[in-house]
Design a protein around this ligand. Structure first.
Ligand SMILES: Nc1ncnc2c1ncn2[C@@H]1O[C@H](COP(=O)(O)OP(=O)(O)OP(=O)(O)O)[C@@H](O)[C@H]1O
Length: 632
């Protein structure tokens, strides 16, 4: 991109607005007000003046992005002051690990990080940008300040060189020497594992109570908690801290419970909470884990832990090293609308180039498609946006597209990236890929993280995508790379389901038997009751399906003897928005009250047991009311 073009983008970027109207955040929204207030508190006159493309206040760091605020400086200082050498870490950690390192281990080959793709790893859907990330960042910033104090208490350091590679969302990771526990959800079925793995697992001892009995120094609450776990869970929680640990487990098998146990164990071993990093995919999972740990280890300790989503962690890392990404630390995060505008600009640049106008001085009127046929132009922009999103998700670079003969794609991608750079922006996908790049290409960033995190606990390790992709996002490559990257890993499988009825567990198991790629896992077990049978109904079309379900709901809720017959206890899962509309109409017609949950549902905090209990009482009352209603 020439300087002239770059200048033109800054000057005329807003020209794309009329084509694709952007959604603006309401000025009256609490978040917006909060940011404006923070800007004032921080001594800023107003929101920064010209902000190309971005609805800047929406996604900015630390409310309005005053990166020189005291809290943000804390990030810098805490990073900068971590200059402890690796050898110091090694020797100090020896004491820590001595008594526990019984697992024979081999050094991972080479400690150098693998070459990484700039645009590797996908992330959340862009239109699902989670504002709570900003809140999390604030929490992280506070934690970093607390970290300094905590650092003085502890000099336990890991005894091997840290980092090899593996994963921030499956690409790069901090590794050996640092305790890594990765936890995978029920997609263990997807694993194409070999006999060797099973053997490894079967070698595991099951009597882990002994481990605890010998640990007299452990606080009683910790002990009590660890005793409440089953053998495999306890084995995982108590595995020696120098062993990279992978837990493969299905839904409801106690992954979170095990991770909580693991963190307690780490704390008990003297790892400072500020040196423990737990990564989750959703904010709700992060807060649930913090809550569960807080209930046992105390809120203060739980607060000091860094429990963060991948994106929030990455955002903080990118902010701290914005200059290495060619951005300032206050870079903008582009959501869907802003990306679309950037795409439009990228197309324009390409069209200008094609028409020989290399200086890019052509404005909207000169572009045949945009004004004369806005619809067509919009479709085109959509298509290219999808392309760019996929390119970033797959980690393909423009050079690769060029090599594949897709010159146009290569140029659009290249232009798009340059536009974002010239606008001091990253998109949502970039957060993770840029973190990967920072860790892979900048040894000082790598070291900084190495020094910061003595133990990393990763949930949903297999997911390079998230719930929003409708359960399609699991990827076995994360597991595979873990095994390759940590040859001395230990694998534990949790195969007992505590949540679902036997019918559901058995049905799921028999279905998954058909997956040729599944690992040779022993069947998932449960002690739960059989529960109701699963009914499979084939309908001719969506209307018939909708009618069947609505009739069924009415039948169930009018059956007074059935447990949980209240409307509030019934959920419908559907794959497409369009199917949801049919249900809404039918419910309105039949006067059935309903709520609709979108993607945000997955971000919601899970209810604690006490909340659930009180809601149960509420539901029971509701059911009584329903019964009366139907009786009358
Ligand atoms: N060893 C155990 N004994 C009894 N109940 C357990 C045990 N482990 C887990 N549970 C219960 O099983 C339920 C699911 O546990 P948990 O949330 O830890 O599982 P998970 O695998 O993280 O679930 P998800 O599928 O939501 O990720 C919880 O109610 C928990 O209390």
């Amino acid at each position: 991109m020439t300087d002239q073009q770059s200048g033109r983008i800054s000057s005329y970027f807003s020209a794309s607005k009329p084509i694709i109207p952007r959604k603006r955040p309401s000025d009256s929204s609490p978040l917006h007000r909060h940011r404006i207030k923070n800007a004032c508190d921080a001594g800023l006159d107003s929101v920064p003046k010209r902000v190309p493309l971005a609805e800047v206040p929406l996604n900015r760091f630390n409310a309005i992005g005053n990166y020189h605020s005291p809290s943000s400086e804390a990030i810098h200082s805490s990073f900068n002051e971590r200059t402890v050498s690796v050898s110091a870490i090694g020797s100090a950690n020896e004491n820590l690990c001595q008594s526990l390192s019984e697992t024979p281990r081999r050094e991972p080959e080479g400690s150098k990080p693998k070459e990484v793709d700039y645009f590797a790893a996908t992330g959340l859907l862009d239109d699902d940008f989670d504002d709570s990330i900003l809140e999390q960042i604030d929490i992280l910033v506070e934690q970093k300040s607390a970290e300094k104090a905590a650092e003085q208490q502890l000099d336990h350091r890991c005894d091997e060189k840290f980092l090899s590679e593996s994963n921030i969302a499956g690409e790069v990771s901090l590794s050996s020497g640092c305790n890594i526990i990765s936890v995978g959800l029920g997609n263990d079925y997807l694993l194409n594992s070999g006999v060797e793995l099973l053997t490894k697992e079967e070698e595991l001892g099951t009597n882990t109570q002994g481990l605890l009995n010998s640990n007299s120094s452990m606080p009683e609450d910790y002990l009590k908690y660890l005793h409440s776990l089953n053998d495999r869970q306890r084995e995982a929680a108590c595995t020696d801290i120098s062993t990279p640990l992978m837990i493969v487990a299905g839904p409801g098998s106690g992954k979170t419970s095990t991770m909580v146990g693991r963190v307690l164990m780490l704390l008990n071993e003297g790892i400072s909470p500020s040196n423990i990093l737990a990564m989750t995919f959703t904010t709700s999972a992060a807060s649930e884990m913090r809550e569960r740990i807080g209930a046992i280890a105390g809120k203060t300790t739980a607060k000091e832990l860094t429990i963060s989503t991948f994106h929030s962690f990455s955002l903080q890392l990118c902010r701290s090293h914005g200059e290495k990404l060619g951005r300032t630390s206050e870079f903008f995060i582009y959501g869907q609308g802003q990306q679309r505008n950037a795409i439009i600009e990228a197309i324009r640049l390409l069209e200008n180039d094609k028409s020989g106008n290399k200086d890019g001085a052509v404005l909207m009127g000169d572009l045949p498609n945009s004004e004369k046929n806005p619809k067509q132009f919009k479709d085109k922009a959509k298509k290219w946006q999808k392309f760019v999103t996929q390119a970033k998700a797959s980690g393909r670079t423009s050079a690769e597209y060029r090599a594949m003969g897709n010159e146009t794609g290569a140029e659009i991608l290249e232009n798009y990236n340059k536009i974002l750079k010239s606008c001091n922006a990253l998109d949502y996908h970039d957060l993770i890929s840029c973190s990967v790049m920072l860790l892979g290409d900048f040894p000082e960033v790598f070291k900084e993280c190495q020094d910061s995190w003595k133990a990393i606990v990763i949930d949903e390790f297999q997911d390079t995508s998230v719930m929003q992709y409708n359960f399609n996002g699991a990827d076995i490559s994360g597991f595979m790379s873990f095994r390759n990257d940590f040859p001395n890993y230990k694998e534990i499988r949790l195969n007992k389901n505590y949540r679902s009825t036997r019918c559901i567990v058995e049905a799921a198991s028999s279905l998954i038997q058909n997956n040729s790629k599944r690992c040779q896992l022993k069947n998932v077990l449960t002690d739960n009751s059989s529960g109701s049978k699963i009914v499979m109904k084939e309908c001719h079309n969506e209307d018939a399906q909708c009618a069947f379900i609505v009739d069924k709901i009415i039948e169930i809720s009018s059956n007074h003897s059935a447990a949980n017959c209240c409307y509030g206890n019934i959920a419908i899962l559907y794959r497409r928005q369009a199917s949801g509309k049919a249900f809404q109409m039918a419910f309105r017609d039949r006067k059935i009250p309903f709520n609709i949950h979108g993607v945000a549902f997955y971000r919601k905090k899970k209810k604690s047991d006490s909340q659930s209990a009180s809601e149960k009482v509420g539901r029971e009352k509701g059911r009584d009311r329903c019964s009366k209603l139907f009786k009358n």
